[in-house]
Ligand binder design. Structure first.
Ligand SMILES: [Zn+2]
Length: 234
């Protein structure tokens, strides 16, 4: 029982430190993230994992006055660093422990060489230069749904098929704090829908086809007699 109470209080403490209550000033909240009293504080250098309350909360809008602040640019910089370190295609701020409405996406041309041509075509993958959205809004522009396998760095080691809309439009502010819009289709529209879900505390496992849920290393588990570990660090 004691342990349970201890865990609950830790969760509570963590929620306080990673979400932005409306009444609290942004700067005070941000400074609290960097306090020296605790080690390894957000913005993290790794992906938070399912179970972390920060992944289930509704992320707050970045206050207008802070969109161009040093604090927000540091968060964006860290998101891009983690995105590239793990060689993935999208990241949302809660994934580095920050409950703010910021996403970053990048689909590099080089990924084409890593996938069979048929897969690349079937998933309608195309290059997407680094794109950052602060306080983004998404509207669906083509309601045709496509089902493809999807993974998430916050549900490390697993994947499942998920239905997503064919095309969407993102609007919000860019990295410089200027209003911007972007039309996306195919795989890039999927990335946008996945990252936007993160801002509302949703994960792909909430609307996956459960019968397709797999451990991505299940075959290796057999060939290596179970001596396999899912890496959470790079
Ligand atoms: Zn994800």
């Amino acid at each position: 029982m004691l342990l349970k109470i201890h865990i609950l209080s830790r969760v509570h403490e963590r929620c306080l430190s990673t979400s932005l209550p409306a009444a609290q000033s942004f700067r005070k909240w941000y400074q609290q993230l960097w306090t020296t009293e605790r080690t390894n504080l957000p913005p993290y250098d790794h992906f938070t994992q399912v179970g972390d309350p920060v992944l289930r909360g509704h992320a707050a809008d970045v206050p207008t006055d802070y969109v161009k602040s040093k604090e927000v640019s540091e968060i964006v910089e860290q998101m891009v660093k983690v995105l590239r370190k793990y060689n993935c295609v999208g990241i949302a701020a809660p994934q580095i422990g920050i409950s703010l409405r910021i996403i970053a996406m990048e689909f590099k041309q080089s990924i084409q060489k890593e996938l069979p041509e048929a897969t690349y075509k079937a998933r309608r993958m195309t290059e997407l230069p680094l794109t950052v959205f602060i306080n983004p809004q998404l509207s669906v522009t083509n309601y045709t749904k496509h089902k493809h396998p999807e993974g998430c760095m916050s549900v490390r080691g697993y994947s499942a098929e998920v239905e997503r809309y064919e095309a969407v439009k993102l609007s919000g502010l860019n990295q410089e704090g200027l209003p911007t819009e972007l039309e996306l289709s195919g795989w890039n529209a999927r990335i946008a829908q996945h990252e936007m879900d993160h801002l509302d505390g949703k994960l792909y496992i909430d609307h996956m086809d459960t019968s397709t849920f797999i451990c991505t290393c299940w075959e290796t588990v057999n060939t290596k007699s179970g001596r396999v570990e899912i890496p959470f660090y790079k």
